[in-house]
Each structure stands twice: as C-alpha cells, then as structure tokens.
Design a protein around this ligand. Structure first.
Ligand code: NAD
Length: 529
C-alpha cells in the first residue's frame, strides 16, 4: 500500500509569520503608528494594509488572511469596467478637479506603493494589459479616439492599442545587478522616481497612456497624466478604467491620475509641482523643449521625419508594398511612419509603378500639387491640423479628385527643398526624391531626418550600405527591408514603446527608463564563494 502523504502544514502559520515580519520591519523602520495585530476575520483591505496605511499584498496573492479564506472584499471580479463616455469625465476613479489635488493623491499612492510586493506590481501590470486586450474595449477606445480627434483610422488604432497592452515590457525589465567579494555584497537596483508627470499626444492618446502606465507602474512610480485636450474623453476613460481595475486588484488608490479639464495651464501646473520628480513629454518639439527646460529629470520623445531609402539591390516589389503599408498605417500619424522616399534613379520609375499597384495615387500635375499645398499647409509651411491623420481618399476628395478606398497614399515626385519633403506632415502624402546612387541617397536621408535621431528605413541587400546608413543616421529605430511599424514590434521582433526618446537619449523607453539605479551595500557579508 502506498505510504500516506503527510498533510501539508497549515498555510496560515507561514502567512502570519510573513505578515508579522513585514509589520515588524515597518515598525523598526520608524513607523509612526503601532502595528495592529493581524485580525483573522478582517476584510481584505484591513488584512492587507498592515501598518500606517502601507499596503503589502494584492488580491490573488493568496497570502493574506482573507485571501486564504477566499472572501477578499476587493476581488478582481467585483469591479465594473462599465463606464459610459459621460461618466468618463466625472470626478473620481483618478480624475481630479485640480492638478494640485491630482499630484497630492498620486504622491500618497506612491508612498503606499513602495510597500507593495513585486508580485503585486506584476498583478497590477497584468490587470492593465487585460483591460485593453479585451476586443470590445479595443474597438471602443480606438473608435472613440478617431471620433474625438478626427485623426487616424480605427482598425489601425486597434492594432496599436493591442500592441501597447501586449508588448510593453513589465517588471522583468528591471534586472538587479549584484557584485560580491571580500568587501561583502552590493546590489544595484532600479528604483522608482516617485510621481512622474506624463504629457501625451493627440496622435497616440490611449496607446501612450497604456504604454507609459505599464512602464511607469512596473518601475514603482505613480503617474499624473496631462493628455492632449483634443483627446480628453478617451484619455480620461482609459485612466478611469485603469483605476477601477487597480482598485479591484487591491492597489493603492490613485496610482494613475489626471485632471477633469486637461489644458496647457494644467500641464504647466504639473510641470511646476514640487512633488512631480520626473517629466516625460511625448509630443512635438515645443513640449519636449519645455520639459527639458524645467530643471527636473525629463524624458523627451519628440518629432521625427523618417526617410526611407531604396537602392538598386532591393527587392523593389516588396519595398513598394512595405512603404505604402508603413506610410498609410493609421493615416501616417505614427511618428515612426515613412514620411519621404529617397530612391536611386536607376530603380525609381519601377518603384513608382509598383507603389501604384499597391495603393499609391501618383500626382504629376503641378496644378494639383499646388491645390494640395493650399489644402494641407499653413502659411508658415507646417501641416494644417485639420488635415493631420486624414486618409488619402479624404485629402484627394477635398481637391476634387474622387478615388476608391484602395488608394492609401498620395505619391508625388518632388525636389528635396519642398515642404512636403522637409516637414513632418503626419498625413499620407508621400514625396519621392531621386538620388544618383545609394551614397547620395544616404546623405540625403541624413539631411532630411534633421538630426531628430528618431526613425529611418532602408530597402537594400547590400549589407555595407545598410551599415553605412545605420552609422550615419543615428536614429533610435532603423528598419531594414520592412515597413516602419516593424520597428515597434508589428511584424518585427522585440518589445514596443510609444515613447521613443531621441532628444534625451533613452531611445526605446521601458520600465528601466522610468527608474533610478540605486546601490545597496552590505559590508563583509553574504559572500559565499
Ligand atoms: P503636440 O506637441 O502638439 O502635443 C503633445 C502634448 O503636449 C499635448 O498633450 C499638448 O497638449 C501638450 N503641449 C504642447 N505644447 C505645449 C505647451 N507649450 N505647454 C504645455 N503643454 C503643451 O503634439 P501632438 O500633435 O499631440 O503629437 C504629434 C507630435 O508628437 C509629432 O511631432 C510626433 O512626431 C510627436 N510624437 C512623438 C512620439 C515619440 O515617441 N517620439 C510619439 C508620438 C508623437
């Protein structure tokens, strides 16, 4: 007969000892209030907030007394993510009347968050992913963004939001370094900044909120968002959904906050608030410059003008297809999307004909080009906001040309000085400039990228020329033989980010970009070699 398996020791005693230890450590750290004894009948919130408002557990960790009993008052199932558009802008669930209240609430939340376990952080991050991986939710926020901003297209926004939820790195990004020797043990760990102020663009409003929330919370921070006013309702909705979900997971309240009426004044108040320790601006040159001038630690994710070079060694049919797909993705709103083509003369005509086969509408008549200039450019030569993120079909219709929905890009051969080449238009007007050879094409690409160090593409099979361009152009993202969006993880390997920080050098931001490296030294001990 099999030997009977001895019954496992009761979990409760182990749990109690963990709770006792945590409580003792907090008390020894100078906790101002006495540590209450664990009450085995207490509801979840009391069982998990052990001392001085400090949270140590999250629902589902199965190591607090009420989790063990299976009667957590704050189980994930008990929250409702059913928030109407009207409710999104009402105070509560992380939405505050003033910036001062929002920052103070986030600061209090972050203080509590310091005492949450890494397992709790992971469960919060996983919970945020879960909200936005729900197909109905993806559809809703993508559609709402298009309706509110008047930019982009919903089906591509579904891809972008799903990408942010699924491929933004979490706590695994924060790798501890350890060194041991006769002197003892030293750890270098990624530690939170505290409260981060995050300014988000109208072009990727929810994608940036999802991506930055995951990265910033994974690194142990709280975040105050300053969304673009034009994307107010959908941004506030995303923030409320995150708060509801986090509440259900037992997180400190108000880890992710914003104000009811986002505005430049509120952004300025956020930047000036002493409790905001780091600023992250995802937007155009003006806001990047502003955060960099505050005297605070700042991450600036600014504008791009991504060139794509095509040389005579490329697979031209594939290059044409990739360029049209990349350029028309979300109506050219992404800062990484192809903004101008530089083609070696030898293959330029063939490339143009292949692009026409893949949805490019070729404009040769300069009178039509003039009409387009009048439609999409401001008197200063920049893009008209009401044309940013509009489709090729829409733009052509505005100048009296009716085309079918298969037209995705307006292709025009132009000299390099033309504003369509020089400016970041963020609409699917794609200028093509000819170059005598690949070396000339690479030099021109470097010039047109304007030193943004953002994104560039090349279609070529000559490894030496690919390497030459990569070295000279110095962009954060460099895609070879693929559409631009492969650079953020759609069809290419690697993690995603919607905050690509060329100006301040973090490049592809991830949780460790939102953390400080801190050293923890134990002298003369724990060296077991
Ligand atoms: P934008 O610069 O107009 O706005 C960005 C944010 O900054 C908004 O929330 C806006 O309200 C705020 N803002 C702008 N000027 C401000 C000021 N003077 N004071 C206070 N707040 C201010 O940009 P946008 O139109 O929303 O987005 C498009 C731009 O962002 C493009 O240039 C694009 O390349 C860039 N972008 C860059 C990245 C990246 O990761 N590098 C990502 C998305 C967008």
């Amino acid at each position: 007969a099999p030997t009977p398996v001895p019954a496992p020791p009761p979990v409760k005693s182990a749990t109690s000892s963990v709770e006792d230890t945590v409580a003792r450590i907090i008390a020894e750290m100078g906790g101002s209030k006495p540590v209450p004894a664990a009450d085995p009948t207490a509801p979840f919130a009391q069982g998990c907030i052990v001392a001085d408002g400090m949270v140590t557990k999250s629902a589902g960790e199965m190591n607090c007394s009420c989790c063990e009993r299976g009667d957590c008052a704050l189980s994930a199932a008990s929250v409702s993510l059913d928030i109407s558009d009207e409710e999104a802008v009402v105070l509560g669930d992380g939405v505050f009347a003033s910036m001062d209240e929002a920052v103070e609430a986030a600061a209090e939340a972050q203080r509590q968050y310091l005492f949450c376990s890494m397992a709790a952080r992971k469960s919060f991050v996983d919970g945020i992913r879960e909200i936005f991986l729900d197909p109905a939710m993806l559809e809703r926020i993508s559609r709402m963004t298009v309706e509110q901003t008047g930019m982009g297209n919903a089906s591509d926004k579904v891809i972008k939001n799903r990408l942010a939820a699924s491929k933004t790195p979490g706590i695994e990004d924060l790798k501890t370094e350890a060194e041991s020797g006769d002197g003892g043990l030293t750890l270098v760990e990624y530690s939170a900044y505290g409260v981060i102020g995050s300014i988000t663009p109208t072009t990727n409003p929810t994608e940036t909120i999802i991506c930055n929330t995951i990265g910033m919370l994974a690194a142990g921070n709280a975040v105050v968002f300053s969304p673009h006013p034009r994307a107010k309702i959908v941004s506030l909705l995303a923030i409320k959904l995150i708060n509801r979900k986090l509440a259900g997971l037992g997180a400190p309240a108000n880890l992710v906050v914003t104000v009811q009426a986002p505005s430049i004044d509120n952004t300025n108040a956020m930047m000036a608030h002493p409790k905001v320790r780091m600023l992250v601006a995802t937007g155009g040159p003006a806001i990047v410059k502003t955060v960099m001038s505050t005297g605070k630690k700042a991450i600036g994710a600014g504008a791009g003008n991504p060139p794509v070079v095509v040389d005579e060694t490329a697979d031209i049919e594939k290059a044409a297809k990739d360029i049209v797909s990349g350029c028309s993705f979300d109506n050219n709103l992404p800062c990484i999307a192809e903004k101008e083509v530089i083609a070696v003369s030898q293959i330029a005509d063939f490339l143009i004909s292949q692009m026409q086969k893949n949805g490019a509408y070729l404009v040769k008549d300069m009178a039509i080009v003039k009409k387009l200039e009048e439609l999409v450019l401001t008197p200063k030569g920049g893009p008209q906001t009401n044309c940013v993120g509009k489709s090729a079909v829409y733009l052509l219709d505005k100048i009296g040309i009716s085309v079918g929905p298969d037209i995705r890009v307006i292709l025009i051969e132009l000299p390099k000085e033309h504003p369509f080449v020089q400016e970041e238009l963020m609409m699917p007007i794609l200028p093509l400039v000819r170059a005598g050879d690949v070396d000339e094409a690479i030099d021109l690409a470097v010039e047109l990228e304007h030193g943004n160090r953002h994104t560039a593409m090349i279609h070529s099979t000559d490894v030496r020329k690919i390497t030459k361009m990569a070295k000279l152009i110095q962009t954060t993202i460099f895609v070879k033989n693929g559409p631009s969006y492969a650079g953020i993880g759609v069809g290419g390997e690697g993690y995603t980010t919607f905050t690509i920080a060329g100006p301040t050098g973090e490049g592809l931001t991830s949780p460790k970009s939102f953390a400080r490296r801190r050293k923890c030294v134990m002298v003369e001990a724990l060296n077991v070699r």
